[in-house]
Write a protein that binds this ligand. Structure first.
Ligand code: 2BA
Length: 108
């Protein structure tokens, strides 16, 4: 068994979860926060047989779009301790995926 950990943008999460559950995959949704942008994203846990990893990746690919965001996350320091927001463009997504081996899966 494999555990697919998938970090996606909130905008893509609903349709992705719907598609996965329609295809009878089990999904757990966690609310998460990106360390860089410090804004919300969604982490999905999907436990699957090894043969299902590729089909699940295809569903993720079909639902998750790359978006370009402009953020004023960075600041430049000016003399006199003045901080000026510095616009920064980042491409977020489609999805960041980790695939882990599951040693044991128990349902009690
Ligand atoms: P964030 O950490 O908020 O990152 C959002 C986007 O900002 C990233 O998109 C990337 O384009 C950019 N970014 C992140 N760190 C950067 C840095 N040190 N310098 C310049 N730009 C940076 P994605 O790569 O698509 O990542 C989307 C979200 O997926 C991340 O949100 C984070 O929550 C998660 N993620 C991505 N890679 C990860 C990893 N190796 N481990 C854990 N979580 C990861």
């Amino acid at each position: 068994m494999k555990l697919i950990i998938c970090i996606v943008q909130d905008q893509d999460a609903g349709a992705l979860i719907d598609d996965l559950t329609e295809q009878e995959y089990r999904v757990t949704k966690l609310s998460s926060t990106g360390g860089f942008l410090k804004s919300g994203n969604t982490t999905l846990l999907v436990g699957v047989d090894e043969k299902d990893v590729s089909p699940v990746l295809k569903v993720i690919e079909d639902n998750c779009k790359t978006r370009e965001l402009t953020t004023s996350l960075l600041t430049v320091t000016m003399p006199g301790d003045t901080y000026i927001p510095y616009p920064l463009e980042v491409k977020v997504g489609g999805a960041t995926v980790f695939i882990l081996d599951v040693e044991k899966h128990i349902k009690i």
